[in-house]
Design a protein around this ligand. Structure first.
Ligand code: PEP
Length: 251
């Protein structure tokens, strides 16, 4: 039985005030031992504050990206050691915005996953096809290639500790959500690909869905056999919505 996980990707949103209000709002209404792992991923500059706010409670903190290098002369970058130093357990890697806006290649994503895992951070590895790729009927091929490079570069043994997030690019921030069956179909392919390399990895790895998940569509998506929770963008910025999604994962 895989324990569900719901992670909030705040992207480049927030302020000290908002961080305090959002994190305390989530913590206040999160049932103790809620049965779902809960992660918040604010911008780097609010990680430390977030970590202090969550204390030893149920909420974990994660980065939205990391650099592949050890600390050194890499202006503007953040190393795995630094994320660990401020108390992160998780890190999102290969988000489609990083791939499309910052030219992150499959190879670079693989190296980042490897760097994160080697330091003991839990990577949430994002994969997913664009609208054009779905229309061209190459969704399975694209997702297989993206995950394949990660397995090749970081090794299958990073799973089941590492997570995969299937995020169809056309559903991110658009209000369009993959249907339950569209999402389940790709999640099953991801699990089959893991299974080709390791049965243990396939059985234990949590595969999250991301793309316009809201409290009213979360339960249906999370009821699918290969969907183990969600990576949430917009709806993670409102405590009530994020809590509603966590509740859907838990029930
Ligand atoms: C995301 O950015 O990872 C995401 C899933 O965003 P949204 O929930 O806003 O579509």
């Amino acid at each position: 039985m895989r324990r569900p996980l719901v992670a909030g990707n705040w992207k480049m949103n927030g302020s000290r005030e908002m961080t305090k209000a959002l994190v305390t709002g989530i913590a206040a209404d999160l049932p103790s031992q809620c049965g779902t792992d809960v992660v918040v991923c604010p911008p780097y500059v609010y990680l430390d504050m977030c970590r202090e706010l969550v204390g030893e409670g149920e909420i974990s903190v994660g980065g939205q990206d990391l650099d592949v290098h050890e600390p050194g002369a890499f202006t503007g970058e953040i190393a795995a050691d630094m994320l660990l130093d401020v108390g992160c357990r998780y890190v999102i890697v290969g988000h489609s915005e990083r791939r499309s806006l910052y030219a992150e290649t499959d190879q670079r994503v693989g190296q980042k996953v490897s760097a994160a895992s080697a330091k003991g951070l839990i990577p949430i590895v994002c994969v997913g096809e664009t609208r054009e790729e779905r229309e061209d009927g190459v969704t399975a091929e694209v997702v297989r290639r993206q995950l394949g490079v990660v397995i090749e570069t970081a090794g299958i043994n990073i799973f089941p500790k590492a997570l995969v997030a299937y995020e169809p690019v056309w559903a991110i921030g658009t209000g369009l959500t993959a249907s339950e069956s569209q999402a389940q179909e790709v999640h099953a392919l991801i699990r089959a690909q893991l299974s080709d390399a390791s049965e243990q990895a396939a059985a234990g790895t949590r595969v999250l869905y991301g793309g316009s998940v809201k409290p009213d569509n979360a339960a249906g998506l999370f009821s699918q056999p290969d969907i183990d929770g969600g990576l949430i963008g917009g709806a993670s910025l409102k405590a009530a919505d994020f809590l509603g999604i966590i509740k859907a994962a838990t029930s």
